[in-house]
Design a protein around this ligand. Sequence first.
Ligand code: ACO
Length: 320
Amino acid sequence: MQRTVLEGVGSYLPERIVTNDELATRIDTSDAWIRERTGIGQRHIAAAHETATFMGAEAARRALAAAGASADSVDAVIVATSTPDQGFPATAVSIQAAIGMTRGFAFDLSAACSGFVYGVSVADAMIRAGQCRSALVIGTEVYSRILNWEDRSTCVLFGDGAGAVLLRAGTGEDDRGVISTHIHSDGRYGDILFIDGATGQDDRPQHLVMNGREVFRHAVSKLAGAVDEALAANDLTQADIDWLVPHQANRRIIDAMGKRLGLAPEQVVVTVDRHANTSAASIPLALDEAVRDGRIRRGHLVLIEALGGGLTWGSALIRF
Ligand code: ACO
């Protein structure tokens, strides 16, 4: 069977790090409260020049370098973001220009924190359908610009960053590549996690609004269903999984998923302590870290999963 092969991973984090203690000088919170509830210790926050396009382009260049590929060999750019630089052109098109691609196609998709899983699913389907032979899938987010910095229940949870993978049509003989993807949404829960205000409709600033308890409840049950579905669809057992690379929203949700899969804590890639929740960027950021430090190697079976605003959720199984 012809598979879509993952050829390279790259990421970018803003230079500025903001610790919990620094936040506690501005709002009524503490390092202990944030760590205990979420596992977060710090986050990277973008400077003015570190836009979704800037960070996404840098992550894409690093993914191309890791794959030993040039921008002109890429057919498509799919960007998952909830914080695009503008309504249009799409951030994907701006990144296409920034990395020197002058052909192919580029578009954004909006699936909040599940955006990267959705992007891998769409790219895999397009590659297998023959619409393109290669695609950069990029998650790039600047949540610091949509946070209400006076709302301690949300502003402590998020950070900025970008991650990218290069996917390419395999030869047909590869056992590596995207094995399956499953994506879901249920718009009935749109009101538990959303960005308030719509561009052009009024002058209100756009802010992220979240009912944390409800999101937590849905995350645990829906992600458990998503990991079971991925295993069952491929006739695999928990023992076949080498690594879980979950969306990095909250340490307690991550630990619950690791347990559900019967994985040792060392088999779960965790970055939420240093990156906080970077939404669609969190999985490729975590993948990049674990590939670069040698944990994830050729032949390993990796499960990625995420849940985000929408609600949207899903999973993908990828053999490296
Ligand atoms: N510092 C100190 N106290 C705080 C803070 C803070 N930063 N934020 C809230 N509190 C207070 C509240 O005001 C409340 O006080 P009260 O009891 O006097 O009213 C108390 O802490 C408890 O608040 P809860 O919201 O009930 O705390 P909870 O234990 O549920 O933890 C949290 C909140 C961390 C947000 C948790 O619900 C959670 O992790 N939910 C999932 C969120 C998530 O994963 N979102 C992202 C997924 S999708 C995406 O990535 C976009």
